[in-house]
Design a protein. Structure first.
Length: 362
């Protein structure tokens, strides 16, 4: 059984989520100790707990007794199943962080998989549901017949109450091959590696501002979008389109997501760079919009093909396609931790500099 130290490098919850995803896919059991030991509230959080419970259903796994605050996990996966899975985190716990543990194995289920997840749709230190929908998921299209995320209801901190529906129709069912290595070879023969070396030509900038309905009287969404657009128009002579959305929610809040769209060699090499910023009670709406635009501008000016959040998210999917490579604005310890975990489950090796990352077979 693989043994992982939860304090390695960044030492956060990502280590747990990526290990769960790779274990479910490869069928390799693992044990992790010192879970989030360096955090102010160590051990498993609600979204980790619900991800583990969902995976015990998705891949018929067995675990030791776990609860919020548990610092040691033993996970023994079974076979991946299709089906409809409903998960209620019960707080504003991150929907997208929970899905990070579920998407990889679900891509290769025998048949269609549907996740209905309730919790927070955006928050600090996480990709938002909009980021997942508009930026990450299109990069996974090569692996599936169809992948679609619908945001049913917005959920902000502290009460949450958001809901998303993720539907995945697999293209390469793991169950169609006699063993994992045969299946992996088949995937590599039919999917081209990720190859993102440069931005190419900027075509347009898109965005979405989602805000709770109680802030509509103050025109918060309009002010955020206007500030972002004003800043971007000073920099780029391309079409800019930012959609506004007010939603009835349990808690007051909101977020802006911007993304730059480049021309591409083909659908497998689409290039999109994103940035998002949360609304905060101590921050003017105009400052939120300007900050989002400045963050996107910084990513664009770096010359990198993908933003540093996407580089982090793509690690586990790149590992399935050795010879994949990308450039990004920054390779974080978070990303390096994800690479380390993947290397424990698959015979691959990641090489990275400050701004590049590639993966090869061992």
């Amino acid at each position: 059984m693989l043994t992982l130290d939860g304090t390695h490098l960044e030492g956060g919850g990502s280590l747990v989520r990526v290990a769960l995803a790779l274990s479910a896919l490869t069928g390799k059991p693992f044990k992790i100790t010192n879970i989030r030991a360096n955090r102010s509230e160590p051990g498993l959080k609600a979204q980790h707990l619900h991800a583990i419970k969902a995976l015990t259903q998705l891949c018929q796994a067995e675990t030791n007794y776990i609860d919020i605050g548990t610092r040691e996990l033993t996970f023994t996966p079974g076979k991946i199943k299709s089906g409809i899975y409903t998960i209620d985190i019960g707080t504003a716990g991150s929907i997208t962080l929970l899905l990070q543990a579920l998407i990889l194995p679900a891509l290769f289920a025998p048949r269609k998989v549907t996740f209905i997840v309730r919790g927070g749709t955006c928050g600090k230190w996480q990709a938002s549901a909009d980021y997942l929908q508009n930026i990450l998921l299109p990069y996974l299209q090569r692996f599936v017949e169809k992948i679609e995320l619908k945001i049913i209801k917005r959920g902000y901190f502290p009460q949450g109450g958001g809901e998303v529906k993720l539907e995945i129709t697999p293209r390469f069912p793991l169950s169609s091959s006699p063993d994992f290595l045969t299946w992996w070879t088949n995937v590599q023969e039919h999917c081209s590696p990720y190859s993102f070396s440069s931005q190419r030509i900027l075509q347009q900038i898109k965005g979405v501002v989602n805000v709770s309905a109680d802030l509509q009287e103050k025109n918060v969404a309009e002010r955020v979008a206007r500030a972002a657009e004003d800043h971007l128009r000073q920099q780029y002579a391309v079409p800019i389109s930012i959609r506004l959305e007010y939603a009835s929610t349990l808690s007051s809040g909101g977020e802006i997501l911007l993304w730059a769209v480049y021309d591409s060699f083909d659908q497998d090499r689409r290039a999109v760079i994103g940035s998002d910023v949360l609304l905060e009670s101590n921050k003017r709406s105009e400052d939120v919009g300007k900050e989002a635009a400045q963050k996107l501008t910084k990513e664009i000016k770096s010359g990198a093909a993908v933003d540093h959040f996407l580089a982090d998210q793509l690690v586990q999917f790149m590992s399935l396609l050795p010879s994949s490579s990308l450039t990004t604005s920054n390779i974080s310890d978070h990303t390096k931790t994800n690479c380390h975990v993947v290397e424990q489950f698959l015979p691959v090796h990641f090489t990275h500099t400050a701004e590049t990352m590639s993966v090869t077979k061992k």
